[in-house]
Design a protein around this ligand. Sequence first.
Ligand code: ASP
Ligand code: MG
Length: 432
Amino acid sequence: MNRFFKQNIPVFKFGGASVKDADGIRNLQKIVTRYSGKPLFVVISAMGKTTNLLEKLLDAYFYGQEDPFVYFNQLRDNHFNVAHQLTDQNERIIAKLTSVLNLLEEKLHTPHSDNYEYEYDQIVSFGEILSTKLISTYLNIVGIRNQWLDARQVMITDSTFMEAKIDWEASEQALKDAIEAATAKKEENLFIIQGFIAGDKQGNATTFGREGSDYSAAIIAYILEAESVTIWKDVPGLLNADPKFFPEAVKLDAISYEEAIELSYYGATIIHPKTLKPLQNKKIPLYVKPFLSPDEAGSVISSSKQKEFIPSYIFKRNQILITIFPKDFSFISVDNLSEIFAVLSSNGLKINLMQNTALSFSICTDDKPHRIQKVLEALSKNYLIKYNENMELITVRHYTDKIIHKVVGTRKIYAEQRTRTTMQVVVKSEDR
Ligand code: ASP
Ligand code: MG
């Protein structure tokens, strides 16, 4: 039995912000060096804002209104510049990057299919291939031996492009086979793999959706029964609010999986929501640590019972509050509700908060004008509909009246919902 499957190995995940430039990669190098000689699995995202750049490149290629090569050149220059800043002996890195870029260039010269989601995954997946090729080759050059793995071959999914579903059994087999093959002849301790991307059984690239690298790390940890997952971030750990909106944000030192799942359900963006369940099932702790101060404790999410609850704040902006009244002035009934839910579901609208009175039913949802329009059309026959745009949904876990008062201020509350632990209010957005 391979020692990789026996030892409890750590899985590290470096997001785009932590590998955005040469300094970030040197920092990754420092952190990885602390583990030299011991097994370690490292999951890496695309560098910096590369995924956004690739989305623009894709739109230019798919819709044909812009020249995709403008973005292609930026992509190439960004990666070449980082390689030049990292080391003078960058020929091998440049050669590796060039062979990947050649494949993308070839793709851009080939007509696209009609399937946007498919094309998205084929193109946007290049970001992670480039970042991992660059980092893996650099580490090998500076003497940190590592094995690059292709997630498109070892993370097996269905063909739901842009939102692929993992095939656990096929992935376990493929990942273990790849590790087996790599370690059969020589000792390998350090593996480097892409987050976010995977592959279907036909050999197409797939992705788990934006910010999906955390989820990749969780899948790998689950399969390898890892000791822990550490997400290296540019913040001190998990915070109780987004400091952009809430300057008094504080760090949550230790929280339970349940609490973390609740927070991400309500829209806390620090961890991809699908990440936690596989870890919880195998009781694998998740650390969130500051990559600039690796000795700091950061935060931990684990199965330990949480005794202390610090209030947490989640602000969701760009919301719309839709209120639906049966035209015949009948009471809201389960029949009405099932009709309304069916329309929401078939148009892919998620409910962030809902509430009913005798004569009306209200939902707060992300303002996606295209989909909202379709929902309004479908419901307009039987229902009268009113809506408020430019709303904000504020969720407070472990609230107190004082806190609610503070976040709402003098704003009018349009809808509100309380459980013992969670309070949600819908108010008009204000400029911050
Ligand atoms: N690179 C992808 C994104 O920016 C995945 C990730 O970073 O987790 O969404
Ligand atoms: Mg991320």
